[in-house]
Design a protein around this ligand. Structure first.
Ligand SMILES: Nc1ccn([C@@H]2O[C@H](COP(=O)(O)OP(=O)(O)OP(=O)(O)O)[C@@H](O)[C@H]2O)c(=O)n1
Ligand SMILES: C[C@](O)(CO)[C@H](O)COP(=O)(O)O
Length: 271
């Protein structure tokens, strides 16, 4: 990368995961290219990272067949790092269809190639396109302050049950509840998750054998650090960092943007 070195604590690189197909959204194309408020999730998420002022380079993981399309989608945001030193370089690489973990592993390899001296690595979901820049900054600052793994999260508002696999009785399929974790100690985890670069590289290396099987793969990167014996800490997340997963999430994201653009229209009461 060798760009303007913005951060005295060492370069900060972000991996923006966007290689998922979006089957639950069912938009008929890659989810990251779906528009909310007229702009794709991908551009909004990359723009948020840039707007935080905390990131020196971004690696995007794209669906393997869509790398060129994703590059084109981001070309206006991306700087070469030479003739436009004020802009953040963006590299698009092929992710993996096997699992998010496998996509992040590919992104991490590219990120460490882009900036071998990176001290902080963020892993962020393109699907969390409305994440406020201040959340990104909060995570980066906590890593720079010495925590090796930092995740933003919210307190849980539903009661969460643990269940056993479904069984059928009298023609009714039902799951048996096997436990109710105490709600006050539960957190709903968001992204970006921030890591000391060495800790993330080592955790991915140790967990690599899980990545090709979705059922075994870690559903977040902090889980890999935990499995490797590392310490993960939580900072405040934000409701606007919701993950666009289903059509209802997309409608909520549209409504949030509408509120931001036209505050005080009375729509607040309907949210
Ligand atoms: N093999 C995968 C799977 C997911 N992701 C990324 O990880 C983030 C979180 O995944 P999710 O929201 O579940 O996206 P999809 O996998 O696309 O959704 P679905 O499971 O509904 O297909 C998304 O930004 C997605 O693009 C990825 O890079 N590679
Ligand atoms: C990383 C994550 O967004 C934290 O909540 C989440 O685990 C991703 O899960 P997905 O099934 O890949 O959307």
């Amino acid at each position: 990368m060798s760009t303007s070195q913005i951060h005295p604590g060492g370069p900060v690189v972000a991996i923006l995961t966007a290689a998922g197909s979006g089957s639950r959204l069912g938009a008929g194309g890659p989810k990251a290219l779906v528009r909310v408020g007229g702009v794709s999730l991908l551009r909004r998420a990359a723009g948020g990272l840039i707007d935080s002022g905390a990131v020196d380079g971004i690696v995007v993981t794209a669906p393997p067949d869509d790398v060129a399309r994703f590059r084109a989608e981001l070309c206006e945001l991306s700087g070469s790092g030479q003739d436009e030193p004020s802009r953040v370089p963006i590299r698009v690489v092929a992710g993996s269809s096997a699992s998010r973990q496998a996509s992040v592993a590919r992104g991490l390899e590219a990120a460490m190639e882009m900036e071998p001296g990176a001290k902080v690595v963020l892993v962020h979901d393109a699907a969390r396109a409305l994440t406020p820049p201040e959340v990104i900054l909060r995570v980066v600052r906590a890593v720079q302050a010495g925590y090796e793994a930092v995740i933003p999260a919210l307190a849980v508002t539903d009661t969460i049950k643990e269940v056993a696999p479904a069984a059928s009785a009298g023609g009714v399929e039902a799951e048996s509840v096997v436990g109710t974790p105490q709600r006050s100690v539960l957190r709903a985890v968001q992204t970006p998750q921030g890591f000391a670069a060495a800790a993330l590289v080592s955790a991915h290396r140790l967990g690599a054998q899980r990545a090709e099987d979705e059922a075994q793969a870690a559903s977040d990167d902090a889980g890999l650090v935990e499995a490797a014996g590392g310490r993960v800490v939580v900072v405040a997340g934000d409701e606007r960092s919701l993950k666009v997963t289903t059509p209802v999430d997309l409608a909520i994201a549209e409504a949030l943007l509408e509120l931001e653009t036209h505050p005080g229209t009375g729509r607040e009461t309907r949210l």
